[in-house]
Design a protein around this ligand. Sequence first.
Ligand code: AGP
Length: 611
Amino acid sequence: MCGIIGYTGSLVAKDVLISGLKRMEYRGYDSAGVAVQDGEGLHLAHRVGKVANLEEAVSGGFSQGTCGIGHTRWATHGRPSEQNAHPHTACADDFAVVHNGIIENFAALKEELIQAGHVFSSQTDTEVVAHLVEDAYQGDLLEAVRAAASRLVGAYGLAVVCAAEPGVIVCARKDSPVVVGVGKTGALVASDLVALIDETRDVVVLADDTFARLSYQDGRGSIRFCDAQGREIHPEPTHVDWDISAAKLGGYPDFMLKEIHEQPRTIRDTMAGRMVNGHLQFDELSLSVEELSAIDRVYIIACGTSYHAGLVAKNLIEAWSRIPCEVEVASEFRYRNPIVTPSTLVVAVSQSGETADTLAAIRDARIKGAKVFGVTNVVGSPVAQESDGVIYIKANKEISVAATKSFLGQVVALTLMAMLLAQVRGGLTINQIRMLFRELADTAGQVEQILADTSAIDAAAQACKDAASALFIGRGIGSTICYEGALKLKEISYLHAEAYAAGEMKHGPIALLHDGFPVIAVATKSPTYDKVISNIQESKARGALVVAIATEGDTEIANHADHVIYIPKVRDCFSAITASVPLQLFARSIAIARGCDVDHPRNLAKSVTVE
Ligand code: AGP
C-alpha cells in the first residue's frame, strides 16, 4: 500500500505535502517524492527511504509553488529507488502522477506506448499512467485522465498534475481509497483522511470509477466531480469527528506502545452501545433474526493478525451457537472453490478495510450467494462498502504497522457477534449473555493491570532477545494467541518465531529444542492447563528456556518455567484478550533491544492492497 497526497491553495505546497506524507508514512516508506507546480512548470524531488529524507531535499530553494502532489511508497513493481519513486512523469516533465494500487495490465500498455515512441525511465506499473495521460491530453486534464483510466485494469488511487493547468489536480479512484475535501486554505486529496484532517473534516470518499478535479481560484478551493462517462455528479461530503491525537505520539516513544496502551479504551469503545435494555444491539448488521437463524456455516476470512482474531472467534461461535465455523486466510479461501450457499455467513475481518486478498474473497463469496459481514476499523473502507453488514471496531486510527489495539478490537467485536448468533439461536440464555458481556467489559480493567507493570515481560524479553528462533505453544484459545504472538515477534524484531498447538510438540517441533532455546508457553488456567504443564516439562527436559504466560495466583507454574508473566484471572474464552497483551509487549521489547524500528518494520506496510 502507498500514500498519495495533493494540495492546491494559498500555502506553499511542499510544506503541506510533506506534512501529509508523514501522517501516511505507515502506508509505506521505501521512498517518497513530490511534484510542485509553479509558473515555470513542474519541479520534482524523489528520495529513497523515509519522508524525512525527502523533507531535507526540498527544505532549501525548492519551488514555492502552491499546487502539487506527493507520494510515499511500498514497492510492488520495481525495487525501492529514486528512479522508481513517485511522482512519475511522461516523456516530458509536463505531467506528473502519483498512484496507490496496482495496474495489472501495465506490461501490455507499456509495450504499446513504447511502440508508439514513448520512452520509459522506471520499472514501475505507475509510469504507464503518466504516458497515457500525455497521449490523451488535448487541453483538458480531467478528460485526459478519464481517457487514460479507461485503459487501466487493476486498482488505482491517482492524483495527476500538468504544467499547462496551474493550480489543477485531477484524481481518480478504483479499489484504492481516495479522499478529497475543501479546507481552510485550499483543496486537498489523499489516500487517508489523516492527511487532510488539519485542513477539513468534511470530506468525500471517492466512489469507484469516479473522478475529481481540484482547483484554487479567487482565494478558495473547489472540487468538481464526474463519473466514468464524464457526467457531472454531486457526492455528499461526510463530516468526520474522530480524534486526530491518534495520529500523534502523545509523549510515547513509538506508535506501537501508544496503541498497546490504548487497548482498554478500544475495548470499552467497541462495546459501547452494544447492550440495550439487556439485549445485544447490532443495527448495522442488517440481517433479520430469521436470516441469522438460517445460517448453517460461518467462514471467517482475513489475513495476518486479523486471521488470528478469527481463530479466537471460531472457538466462541462453535461453543455458543454450535454453527460450524472455519477460519481461512483470504488468499487461500478465494482459490479453493469453497462450499458457499445462501445460508453461509462470511465474516471478513480487516483493520484497514483495504487488504486486496480479503476484498477479493468478499467478492467471490457474494457471487456465490453468501451473506457477508465486515469487521473493520475504517469507516467507509472498501470492506465496509462491499459487505452486507459491518461491525466497526472503535480502535481509532492505528498507525503502527504491527496491529495491536485493532486486534483486541476485532476479538471483542467478533466475541459480541458470537454472542449475537448464540442469542438468536438460543445457544446462550439472555442472562448468560449479560454475564458474559459484563466479564468481557471487565477485560479493559484487566488489561490496564497488565500495562501497569511490565517488568516481568521486559526481563523475559532480555533473556530471549539474542535467540535465532523461538517457539510459541498453547492449547485451545491459548494456541490461537501463540500464532499472534509469533507474528508480532517476527514482524517487528526479525527474530524467527513459529507457533504450534502444544500437543503437536512431540510430532516434530520438539526436535528444534536445545539448551537456551526460547519456548513461550501460554499456560493460563484452562481445561487443558495440566497438559500444557506437561509440554513445558518436555521442553525443559531438552534444555529450553521457558517463558510462561500464567494466571495470577498460580504458584505451580513457577516450578516449571524460567520466566513467569502473570495476568489477571479471566474466563478462558476471554483469555485471548488478556494473554495477547504481554506477547505484544514481549515482541516490542525484543525489537527495541535488537535496534529495530518497531513502527516501520522492514519490507512491510500497514495494509497490503496488492495480491
Ligand atoms: C499485523 O501486525 C500485520 N500488520 C498484518 O499481518 C495485518 O494484520 C494484515 O496485513 C491484515 O491487514 P488488515 O487487517 O488491514 O486486513
